[in-house]
Ligand binder design. Structure first.
Ligand code: GTP
Ligand code: MG
Length: 239
């Protein structure tokens, strides 16, 4: 695990859970129910990657692949201001790509290696959400194998990028809340199917009171166990 670098989440608690922040050379998955904070964390990281190392960033740029149309430039502006960055520069440093269906998402993935080779300052690639198009398009048991295969290929491609270019990959995955969510098998998602198994760090998010959210790491023996609480504020992710 040499030469791994970290990007702060702007929450000390969440950074602590992640062993210092979001790691380069790794794919980090945030999964949880609607409103659990996945998209807000993605926005925050696309800003924070731009911070200088002494402030928890990598002085880098972000690629943001939006599959659900929930990206908001105004949110980037607010988070950048709060982080002490010039908002216009911060927005310029985010390469926004809207994926309209799963084939388009895969095509964007195919082009990323060349794009990042030309833009080596990209230090994070975000896919929010990685699963929504696949879920919507490949419905029914008979299509499950095809969905798995396409999704796995996409995820392995992203993982390779992380390793080759020393960048962080962040993916999100909406998973419905269930009473046993924190205690049952977290790889079993909506419908009871195992989604995929790829190397990386998986973070489960859960709603709590008001703007508080709970995060927990799943399946990572090298990271501390337990849950932490963070908040979603006007300034962004905070303790
Ligand atoms: P899905 O994509 O629906 O699965 O949800 P998600 O996990 O991506 O949730 P998201 O990150 O969109 O979190 C939504 C929560 O963030 C909302 O319930 C709000 O509480 C909070 N939020 C979103 N935008 C703002 C904002 O501009 N200001 C503040 N203070 N909070 C916000
Ligand atoms: Mg979202």
């Amino acid at each position: 695990r040499m030469n791994v670098r970290k990007i702060t989440t702007s929450s000390q608690a969440l950074d602590g859970l992640l062993g210092g922040g979001i790691e380069t050379r790794t794919m980090t998955e945030f999964f949880g129910e609607f409103g659990s904070g996945k998209t807000q964390i993605c926005h925050q990281i696309s800003v924070n990657v731009q911070l200088p190392p002494e402030k928890g960033g990598l002085s880098g740029k972000a690629v943001y692949i939006d599959t659900e149309g929930t990206f908001r430039w105004e949110r980037i502006e607010a988070m950048a201001k709060a982080a002490g960055l010039d908002p216009d520069t911060a927005m310029d440093n985010i390469y926004y790509m809207r994926a309209i269906n799963s084939d388009h998402q895969i095509a964007i993935g195919d082009d990323l290696q060349e794009f990042i080779a030309k833009n080596p300052s990209v230090k994070v690639v975000i896919v929010d959400s990685v699963t929504s198009h696949f879920r919507a398009e490949y419905t029914g048991r008979e299509n499950l194998a095809a969905r798995q295969q396409k999704l796995n290929k996409h995820l392995h491609q992203l993982t390779r990028l992380a390793e080759i270019y020393d960048l962080a990959v962040i993916i999100t995955n909406q998973v419905m809340a269930r009473p046993d969510m924190f205690y049952g098998d977290p790889t079993v998602a909506v419908g009871g199917h195992t989604l995929y198994h790829v190397p990386g760090i998986r973070v489960q998010l859960k709603k709590s009171r008001g703007n508080k959210r709970i995060a927990r790491i799943v399946d990572a023996p090298h990271l501390p166990e337990g849950e932490v609480v963070f908040a979603i504020t006007e300034e962004g992710i905070r303790d």
